[in-house]
Design a protein around this ligand. Sequence first.
Ligand SMILES: Nc1ncnc2c1ncn2[C@@H]1O[C@H](COP(=O)(O)OP(=O)(O)OP(=O)(O)O)[C@@H](O)[C@H]1O
Length: 314
Amino acid sequence: MSSTPVISINGLTKTYQSGHHALSAIDLEIQQGEIFALLGPNGAGKTTLISIICGIVTRSAGSVAVAGYDIERDYRVTRAMIGLVPQELTTDAFESVWDTVSLSRGMFGHPPNRQHIEKILRQLSLWDKRKNQIMTLSGGMKRRVMIAKALSHEPRILFLDEPTAGVDVNLRRDMWQIVKDLRDDGVTIILTTHYIEEAEEMADRIGVIRSGELILVEDKVALMSQLGRKQLIIQLDQVLTQVPAELAAWSLTLNEAGTELHYGFGASPGQAAGTDGIGVLLKQLESLGIVYTDLTTRQRSLEEIFVNLVEAEA
Ligand SMILES: Nc1ncnc2c1ncn2[C@@H]1O[C@H](COP(=O)(O)OP(=O)(O)OP(=O)(O)O)[C@@H](O)[C@H]1O
């Protein structure tokens, strides 16, 4: 991945005519060739943000540049670089797959290019359906047509607004593969999602948006290792009524039944670093005559991290 920002957003603010503040001073840079997932609850401002970049909604303040071009002053240039797959399916039901996708290319003023249309239809497994009317396709195939339409004018950047909302597990996995293949072709991808699993599976970076504020932007792996502390569960041979005072320094917690001690460790400040501390802890338990029957560790998932984050900010 190069470090050239393909999208630069500065102080972007949106207040709808109703007076609703949908976005507050968003600063964000999207790097060329990355998959960026915008995660947030309903009404957080995800669609508003991508609609502004795509020129569908006007900004109230701030600036957005795509490859250095301003999205309002140089609208035609920036819009031509962008493909948008909206949440709602918008296609003419009576048109054939081939005509729909070809027509979409023409709307961007591009001359016909049969080879390109064939390539994307094959890539999206739509080639065999190219003569079919859209209305005869399954929901999953219709979604693929939406992606094909968005790719028809060879955009450098593809926005996917909740690409897998309401689709079954198999199709979701197919979509993930399609998105990764597109990234391998050099397309920068920005997707919005409610599904943490989706961000965890696909994204290089994750932005969390809540009530119009971007509360976090982080590399996925770094995010998971910074926040994803591990937990050691010590199964006890006896029932304790409380954590022994001698172990106070370890910030242990006892489960309700008194049969398990829980120890959080990892990269968080103030905690014993790494796994070295565990050996010391276990020796100390032994010296206190506390017998354990089993040890397990678990890593927090991005889902837990996300829920904690949104709750902490609330
Ligand atoms: N045209 C509009 N006029 C007034 N308010 C709007 C308009 N469009 C969106 N909003 C409000 O702005 C806020 C952000 O909406 P937005 O669609 O960007 O959220 P979202 O994060 O995409 O939500 P979802 O996950 O439900 O799609 C919401 O409170 C919404 O009701």
